[in-house]
Design a protein around this ligand. Sequence first.
Ligand code: HEM
Length: 258
Amino acid sequence: MSTAINKFDEGMRRRADRVGMTTVHRGELLRHPVYTRLLHWLVAIAFVLSLLSGFALYSPWLFRFLTPIFGGGPMARFLHPWFGLFFDIFFLFQFLNWFAPMAWTDVDRRWLNRIKQYLTNEDKVEPADVGFFNGGQKLYFWSIVLSGVLFIVTGLLMWFDHVVPRWIVAVSYVVHDLAALLMLAGFIIHIYEGTAAMPGTFRAMTNGTVTRKWAWTHHPAWYRDVTGRDPREDYEREKRGQAERQRVIEEREREGEF
Ligand code: HEM
């Protein structure tokens, strides 16, 4: 990525950090600075509004309960392209912000080969080479890039349908809907992964921090980079500590102290 974009991105991060605040407590690590969090939630709001207004347009009968939110059918029709445009603009900034850590590497290819173990929770901790983002997160990111491009191209063709040949508009409808389906599937998995599946993840996008334990469990190589410590060693130490605490509790229970 060119240095001009890097400088721009750095400048935006600094400006956002001056306005917002991230407090990193003991035992925590900074995961996402204010700028990243702000962009993430702007993207999310624009996406949800696009999705809901899009549903209302896709099937006005099935989703008739949604149109009143936007002030009726014609208003939903008017607003949807604007929500989509804002989604793409906000995501463009996030793209520039995350382009580097989202680069696909051999580590991600290996991660993908082990997807079954990941999904079945076979291992308590991620493989030692998993860095800031894992292969699944990167796939999600790049699927948004692809959908974002498809949305803007087909969206503009449909928006200005009076000057575009009819068959191109017809194809655009199909491609637009397919991109929306891909995004919807990714969105559902993303919410699950960012909340219920991995406790302690959601705060990365609210407070901006995660616990060290979370970091060595899910992103060991990143943990090693930012702390200079061995994630496996810290995991084993924590496990021993927990076993010891459990042993003391059980001993006291036996002695009738509790
Ligand atoms: C509205 C519900 C959402 C929740 C609860 C949520 C939660 C999160 C969290 C906690 C992270 C940080 C993960 C980490 O640091 O490892 C994250 C990252 C991310 N979010 Fe969201 N998010 C939501 C909506 C969205 C939407 C609508 C998009 C885009 C369409 C999006 C795109 C991303 C991307 C690309 C990342 C980085 C890669 C990843 O972690 O998967 N998010 N999100």
